[in-house]
Design a protein around this ligand. Structure first.
Ligand code: NAI
Length: 332
């Protein structure tokens, strides 16, 4: 099947091309994101493969449908970038990668937490410059602390298990409690109790209208002074203005994020020679207690291999008229 692969970086091309030997699809790689300006490149392709920051709103989907696209497959777990109702109306089916190593993201969240707490990113810079001073690098023992996990799905539960292994008390909040979470020693509480009682909070729920800005001024007002906040889920879960205010007031002790609300125009590209217009991200990176990475939590050999394999399997199943096990549909 002819497939237009958008947001295709060198590593996407290499892995997809290797695994495609077993599928023999005609892959056309586009470095560009899929958005109104580039959607014409998909004309005549029955299948389109996308990534997290491509823009699949109703207008783009209408153009895709008019050009003959019948399958959109995202190389991600989250699918908040796709207007599922519009896709259904236009007869475009949508698949994602529901299952890939949750360890990839959970372990990265732990890595961010350790780096932020123990200032490892600062120490790295210092020692490279011959500065071996410890002043300003003091953290705290995670052992005995309380860690709040918002969203106890696949990734949240792996994160919770690692934190329990560190000797932390683990609190969880999720509208759909999972028995495994309690089996590993976690305790479900309301969002306000989680905010109030946690020394560390890590976000692992999907971005939906009901979770947008779940971390906002009111939430932060409930939290303990010195809280460390980690977000490896989706940028829109956090009200950036609110966390900047909480960092400026010294209430929030530190922020580690792999995702950012306005990341679409910045991430996955080398912007080091550009003037960055986004004042919020510039303010964020100016804080010594903010650690920012560019949406790399999924990026392990295991997870990425599964992402590419599942993407190709979905396209093959679609071509053969088989059941799409990774299909996502609009609620209702
Ligand atoms: P999952 O579907 O297994 O778990 C999500 C959990 O969030 C579910 O248990 C669900 O009930 C819960 N949830 C739904 N609404 C909630 C609410 N209002 N409050 C609290 N919890 C709520 O998904 P998985 O695989 O654990 O992934 C979680 C998220 O991680 C994805 O939605 C995606 O946005 C993000 N992600 C980020 C990656 C990265 O590279 N930074 C890579 C992969 C996923």
């Amino acid at each position: 099947m002819k497939v237009a692969v958008f947001s295709a970086k060198r590593y996407d091309r290499a892995m997809l091309a290797e695994l495609n030997a077993a599928h023999r699809h005609a892959l056309t790689f586009q470095e560009a994101r899929l958005e109104p300006e580039t959607v014409a490149l998909a004309a005549g392709f029955p299948a389109v493969s996308i990534f997290v920051n491509d823009q699949l709103d109703a207008a783009v989907l209408e153009t895709l449908a008019a050009g003959g696209t019948r399958l959109v497959t995202t190389r991600s777990t989250g699918f908040n970038q796709i207007d599922l109702r519009a896709a259904a109306r236009l007869g475009i089916r949508v698949t994602r990668v529901a299952d890939y190593s949750p360890h990839s993201v959970a372990e990265f969240a732990v890595g961010l937490l350790l780096a932020l707490n123990r200032r490892i990113h600062k120490a790295y810079e210092r020692t490279r410059n011959g500065n071996f001073e410890l002043d300003g690098l003091m953290g705290f023992d995670l052992h005995g602390r309380t860690v709040g996990v918002i969203g106890t799905g696949k990734i949240g539960r792996v994160f919770a298990r690692i934190m329990a292994g560190f000797g932390c008390t683990v609190l969880g909040h999720d509208p759909f409690p999972h028995p495994d979470f309690e089996a590993l020693g976690g305790r479900y509480v309301g969002l306000d109790v989680l905010a109030r009682d946690s020394d560390v909070i890590s976000l692992h729920c999907p971005l939906m209208e009901s979770t947008r800005h779940v971390v906002n001024d009111a939430f932060l007002a409930l939290t303990r002074p010195g809280l460390l906040l980690v977000n490896t889920s989706r940028g829109g879960l956090v009200d950036t203005q609110a966390v900047i205010a909480a960092l400026k007031s010294r209430h929030l002790g530190g922020l580690a994020i792999d995702v950012y609300e306005q990341e679409a125009s910045l991430f996955f590209e080398d912007r080091s020679s550009d003037i960055i217009d986004d004042d919020l991200i510039q303010r964020l990176v100016s804080f010594p207690n903010v650690l920012l990475t560019g949406h790399q939590a999924f990026f392990t050999r295991e997870a990425f291999g599964t992402i590419c394999a599942t993407t190709l399997e979905s396209i093959t199943a679609f071509e053969r008229g088989q059941a799409l096990v990774n299909e996502v549909r609009a609620p209702g």
